[in-house]
Write a protein that binds this ligand. Structure first.
Ligand code: 5AD
Ligand code: SF4
Length: 481
């Protein structure tokens, strides 16, 4: 499962260069994970060829698209609130058309058209290439739906437009879908079976980004470690591959090695890793290349073996510890972050304590923590009662968040007095006199601007920290500039 991105980016309309010949206006916004944001760039690219320029102004739009998330009930409620807002605008401008994209479109399908009368268009994550036809239908006054999940679609042949980009970091998707079937998770139902993208198209997309002076690329997938290219086809059908396909197959370690080797000046990240699929080869490739960032997002979800089993996580607490030990042995300064769910059905106080003790062992740099939210259609929803009372979920969540805050502070304090390399990404949110960037460990560093520029690699002396940020002063350009 990939990371939910920065709260401040959620729901911001995406803007791309205006083409004078394009007459229609598209307002497109995204919620949820990075994959959705990345998909919206593909959608904008497809629609730019169909005569649409993007707009930041909802009131001006001919077409409003919202890329949606179903991961938790709250994510869906946020989208429903947005739909109410579009409805208000549509009352003033009845010609405006509204389309729902992404996971909620896939989950609710044509029900959307019945339940939400203002929706004209419903398009699932594998059907974006059909948008031109679907929009034609809508223009002719008919509602349009395409929620067919594909076995092949990777959008490898579409070069996404970089929307709202800082020109420094970009995301490149390498897999789509997920075969893991964690029992709490709606993603396998909304994003379909796992498929990997052709390595050549990945390399050429990165080549293009490098030629545009991008400095950092994050390889993106629900489960990147499970990347496997053998000339097309689903991951689950690899058993049927020919000898030649097997001999020439590219797994994640190989892909990472290829990209790092080919673009030695590019900072390389990836997300998300799944403990059961992460191999020692991947960790060794990370150690081998200076340009692969020393950071792994490694969701655990629960520290209890019994709950991990109920979640169908396919690894034990002990195996997770062994993986952590191997990472720390091979890459001692590697940062690790987590996703944890509290209050999964049947979770006892004992299970919760197992999660806290696992956190004590790992001392994650940071984490993303959630109260369990039952998702219709998932295995957990079908088989288990959502029986942990809401106040108990909330209390456990608060305990986990507080422990994580302490661990983040502990990790950050270890940087005080050190000099770290930072890639400058943007102005600090709190001060226009300061830059904000990240270390290889993905820790945010804020420091006075001086004459440095966005996109520079600089060496920064760390003076202070909070549980979220390191504060320092730049001392010189990094030799990696
Ligand atoms: N309830 C709460 N959190 C969930 N996640 C996934 N499904 C659910 C759910 N039903 C969390 C997991 C995942 C992260 C992206 O979202 O921790 O790793
Ligand atoms: Fe991630 Fe598991 Fe959901 Fe797949 S099923 S997206 S691995 S949480």
């Amino acid at each position: 499962m990939e990371k939910i991105i920065d709260e401040s980016a959620q729901g911001k309309p995406l803007i791309l260069e205006q083409n004078q010949e394009n007459k229609r206006k598209l307002f497109i916004e995204s919620y949820g994970c990075q994959m959705n944001f990345s998909d919206s760039e593909i959608v904008a690219s497809i629609l730019a060829k169909e005569g649409f320029n993007t707009t930041q102004n909802l009131e001006d739009a001919d077409l409003v698209l919202v890329n949606t998330c179903s991961i938790r009930e709250k994510a869906e409620q946020t989208v429903r609130k947005r739909l109410e807002k579009y409805n208000a605008v549509k009352r003033i401008n009845p010609k405006m058309k509204v389309g729902v994209l992404g996971c909620m479109a896939e989950r609710l399908k044509s029900k959307f058209l019945e339940e939400e009368k203002i929706v004209d268009l419903v398009v699932g994550p594998d059907a974006y290439k059909d948008l031109p036809n679907l929009i034609e239908e809508v223009d002719a006054g008919r509602n349009a739906v395409n929620v067919i999940l594909s076995k092949e679609e990777t959008y490898g042949d579409i070069s996404p437009v970089r929307l709202q980009s800082n020109g420094v970091s970009a995301f490149v998707s390498i897999t789509r879908g997920c075969d893991n079937m964690c029992t709490f998770c709606v993603v396998p139902f909304t994003r379909g079976r796992e498929r990997s993208r052709d390595p050549q198209s990945i390399l050429s997309e990165i080549e293009d980004l490098v030629s545009k002076d991008f400095k950092e690329v994050t390889l993106l997938g629900q489960n990147v470690d499970s990347y496997l290219w053998y000339g097309g086809g689903l991951k689950k059908d690899f058993d049927k591959a020919s000898d030649f396909q097997r001999a020439t197959a590219v797994n994640f370690a190989k892909l990472l090695d290829m990209v790092a080797e080919r673009f030695p000046k590019l900072r390389l990240r990836f997300t998300t890793s799944n403990p059961q699929d992460m191999t020692l080869d991947v960790i060794e490739v990370m150690a081998k290349h200076q340009n692969i960032c020393k950071y792994i997002h490694l969701p655990i979800q629960s520290g209890s073996d019994r709950i991990l089993k109920e979640m169908n996580r396919l690894h034990t607490r002990q195996q997770y510890f062994e993986l952590i030990d191997n990472i720390k042995k091979i890459i001692p300064d590697c940062a690790i972050s987590q996703d944890i769910i509290t209050g999964f059905p049947t979770e006892t106080e004992e299970d919760h304590k197992d999660t806290l003790s696992l956190m004590e062992y790992v001392k994650y740099e940071y984490g993303f923590m959630f109260a369990y939210s039952e998702r219709p259609g998932t295995l957990a929803a079908r088989k288990l009662e959502d029986d942990v009372p809401e106040p108990v979920k909330k209390r456990r969540l608060a305990e986990i968040i507080e422990l994580q805050r302490q661990h983040s502070e502990y990790r950050h304090q270890s940087f005080i007095g050190k000099t770290v390399e930072v890639l400058i990404e943007k102005e600090s949110k709190k001060s226009d006199q300061h830059w904000s960037g990240r270390t290889t460990q993905n820790t945010v560093v804020v420091f006075p601007k001086e004459n440095y520029q966005i996109g520079d690699f600089v060496m920064v002396d760390i003076k202070e920290c909070t549980s979220a940020t390191l504060l320092g002063e730049a001392v010189e350009y990094s030799k990696n500039n």
